[in-house]
Design a binder for this molecule. Sequence first.
Ligand code: DX5
Ligand code: ZN
Length: 215
Amino acid sequence: MNEIIISPSILSADFMNLKHEILAVQAAGAEWVHIDVMDGHFVPNISIGVPVVKSVRKKTEMFLDTHLMIENPYKYIEPFVNAGADLITFHLEACKNGEEVFEIIKKIKSFGKKAGISIKPKTEAKEIFPYLNYVDLVLVMTVEPGFGGQEFMHDCAMKIPLIKEKAPESLIIQVDGGINNLTAKICRSLGANSLVAGSYIYSSSDYAKAIESLK
Ligand code: DX5
Ligand code: ZN
């Protein structure tokens, strides 16, 4: 069995107790923390940004998985790297053309950080095929980005095997949106090896049990 990377999304955490909420998922077995950055333009919601990543970095050695749901991602790579992000995932839909996609990937890599590219539900898997050999991670959204707690879109999960077929062995295929113990099983069987979960983990009374049930 392949190892599955679970990345709890702090979007559903209690922000008044963020330190506790992050250390709690770490103690519960998570190695990554998923940080959802929203700008109110690329998605119809505003969440958190650079200063929060900086504060989180000071309190944990965990791998900071930063999901940028923002316009003009290129401009914000350096601030997020300086704040302590380990992985920067940007959206294909935020880029004007393929040239810009490659510029963003190159910039992230120039800092020695991992690069991820994400697609929204309406974007077809084939749109990211040209970039699979250049990124460390592909993030398949199984909800419309912008909010936690939405229902898993089964059709979107069907992109996982299409991507896996074309991807190098080392590529991490991550799924984000509506992940619970049942949808996690579907994604794993389709070939995903990283799962983001916000509300499922943070609304549970036992984080360790919730995380274990996703593996
Ligand atoms: C949605 C975010 C997700 C969100 C997932 O725009 O990218 O990471 O926090 O939340 P759940 O797991 O509740 O669907
Ligand atoms: Zn996310």
